[in-house]
Design a binder for this molecule. Structure first.
Ligand code: M6R
Length: 590
């Protein structure tokens, strides 16, 4: 999704913006640009379609002068991936430049009106109307109060429009939040505004997270206004405990591999939940008449897994719902419902839409998020944090294992077996390193056996959503067709596809699914299929074997195995696992 960054201080803006844009790359983008006020109070813009390095080679971002500027990574929605549609956009008179994250719904009618008033447009985007609107209003209001003019925009423009506006006349950056995040970074003699803390984390970890409809005016100092009341507001400064090391590759070839290896450490932090908050969550879940898990993508796989563990461990029927399918179940939601939103970013639009609709029906919203200050966190009555540190790779890995660990802990908590749950989960955590130690052999197996055009993954019980997560990852970053199914479903359809040369990854934990899984494996082998077994026991039926340690919650140790397989398949196939094509880290559009 689009990323925005603004800088005002004593240093040259261009190198800072350039570095920050590189840190925003992980969100997914197709175009990039910067604008800065040079010495003559003129705005200079460099922008284009393509990756940052490639656009920089054409445009030379670093040649832009000035110590105040804004930058943008674009993820196309309105208008093709072309140079002209890259942000920032300039007003006709050259006084203002603007970058935007979101979608303007009524941009066509506004554009028509602005064209009639003499404005010239250079792009096909919805964004560009914003900068012309500001220019027009400034003209009509006789250069008066920009805070009032921007506040009044909310009465004219409809949709989501978090933006940064650079004013070359007064040397100010205006940062406005509507529906997607913007965070103000407060450094020594310098201020930042960005959609993402990690983009300026090396300069400061002191932040203010703007609320919806707030406007920050950044000059030497900052002032924040509530655009609904027009009044100045005081916002709390938060110190973020993420480190720059967590947000850099530290010698690993990719963020994804680094983040998989980080699971060994961060899993401990995930389980170290504040006991008041944890018990509060357990109480809400224990007392609730209805609980719906809500999540998308990998987080939905965590919801599925949780619903199985809540059934098995706590004898509770908690229903998993895809964020995008919330409306289908809207009739079931009322004031006795708890919506349990699961999201790494805390910004996923599908989930947020469900939350908004559920709140309107009086439901209580609780959540499990990674990003502190995220919209889902702020919309929740109660929340727990993953404590995974920043997750940069688009493919979610360490956040998934944290989600699964915490949700399983909650299931034990609701069953009033918290102590026992902790013991089982720490046993899993202690064994994670042994999975990482096998990464070379998993890489070899991926290269020699799994590099096929189709892969099947089978599992039962909790191993089924884990197989589904493996399928998702293999598709997402290796671009290989993969199909996960519950072992029992084989005979209902997919057995028709099994023939010599077909490869199946079988998840065979030492639990109540083992015997049935062995049956399924025999069905596959009888038709010539090849089996890669992930298990704590080396069964003769396996053509290839990936060992995992014997623990009580064995399926959980299969998660990093499948993550490593998808990672190596991606690399072997020449893909960039950190930036899968067409996908973004945080999906803030519906
Ligand atoms: O930030 P969220 O957990 O809400 O994100 C949900 C999905 O977009 C995300 O899990 C996506 O499926 C991942 N890229 C998968 O690796």
């Amino acid at each position: 999704m689009c990323g925005i960054i603004g800088y005002i201080g004593k240093k040259r803006a261009a190198p800072i913006l350039f570095d920050s844009l590189k840190k925003l790359e992980y969100r997914g983008y197709d175009s990039v640009g910067i604008a800065s006020i040079n010495g003559d109070a003129e705005i200079e813009i460099k922008k284009g379609a393509g990756r940052i390095e490639a656009v920089n080679e054409r445009m030379n971002f670093l040649s832009v002068n000035g110590s105040i500027g804004i930058g943008h990574t674009r993820w196309a929605t309105h208008g093709g991936v072309e140079d002209k549609n890259a942000h920032p956009f300039l007003s006709c008179n050259g006084r203002f430049a603007l970058v935007h994250n979101g979608i303007l719904e009524n941009y066509l009618e506004l554009k028509e009106d602005l064209v009639k008033k003499g404005h010239t447009f250079t792009s096909d985007t919805d964004t560009e109307i914003l900068v012309h609107l500001v220019e027009e209003e400034v003209k009509n209001n006789g250069e008066k109060d920009l805070v009032k003019i921007i506040s009044d925009l909310t009465k004219i423009a409809k949709g989501a429009y978090t933006f940064l506006l650079l004013d070359a006349k007064d040397h100010i950056i205006y940062a406005f939040r509507k529906d997607s995040p913007i965070i103000i970074g407060i450094g020594e003699d310098e201020l930042f505004a960005s959609s993402d803390i990690t983009s300026f984390l090396e300069h400061t970890n002191k932040v203010i997270i703007l609320e919806n409809n707030q406007l920050a005016v950044l000059k030497e100092k900052y002032t924040i206004y509530d655009t609904q009341t027009g009044k100045e507001v005081k916002q709390k400064i938060t110190t973020i405990d993420w480190t720059t090391e967590q947000a850099s590759k530290t010698g690993f070839p990719h963020f994804m591999l680094k983040e998989i290896f980080e699971e060994v450490e961060i899993s401990k932090h995930s389980l170290e939940q504040d006991s008041l908050k944890l018990n509060g969550m357990i109480e809400v879940l224990s007392k609730a008449k209805k609980v719906f898990f809500l999540g998308s993508g990998t987080s939905f796989r965590a919801c599925l897994l949780a619903s199985i563990y809540f059934a098995k461990i706590a004898k509770k029927h908690f229903m998993p719902i895809l964020g995008s399918e919330y409306k289908t179940y809207q009739n079931l939601v009322d004031k006795d419902t708890v919506i349990f939103a699961i999201s790494q970013s805390g910004e996923t639009a599908d989930v947020l839409q469900g939350i908004t609709l559920a709140k309107a029906k009086g439901a209580r919203v609780v959540s499990l998020i990674n990003v502190i200050g995220s919209t889902i966190m702020r919309e929740s009555d109660q929340y727990l944090t993953l404590n995974s540190g920043p997750e940069i790779a688009v493919a979610s890995t360490k956040a998934f294992i944290s989600q699964v660990l915490i949700l399983t802990l909650l299931a034990f908590g609701v069953a009033d077996r918290l102590k026992e749950g902790r013991e089982h989960l720490y046993e899993v955590v202690r064994k994670l390193e042994s999975i990482m130690n096998q990464s070379d052999s998993i890489a070899m197996l991926s290269k020699d056996v799994l590099n096929k055009n189709d892969l099947y993954l089978i599992g039962r019980g909790v191993s089924f959503p884990i197989a589904m997560e493996g399928e998702l990852k293999i598709k997402e970053i290796a671009y290989i067709h993969a199909d996960a199914l519950a072992g029992g479903e084989l005979k209902h359809h997919t057995l028709a596809l099994i023939e010599p040369g077909v490869t199946c990854i079988a998840l065979v934990p030492n639990d109540d699914t083992k015997d049935d899984m062995i049956n399924n494996i025999m069905q596959i082998k009888a038709r010539g299929g090849e089996i890669i077994g992930i298990s704590s026991e080396h069964l003769e039926l396996f053509d290839h074997y990936i060992p995992i340690p014997k623990v009580h919650l064995e399926p959980l140790l299969m998660i990093p195995v499948l993550q490593l397989i998808s990672y190596y398949l991606s690399v072997i196939r020449g893909n960039d696992p950190d930036f899968p094509r067409n996908l973004a880290k945080s999906v803030t559009v519906l």
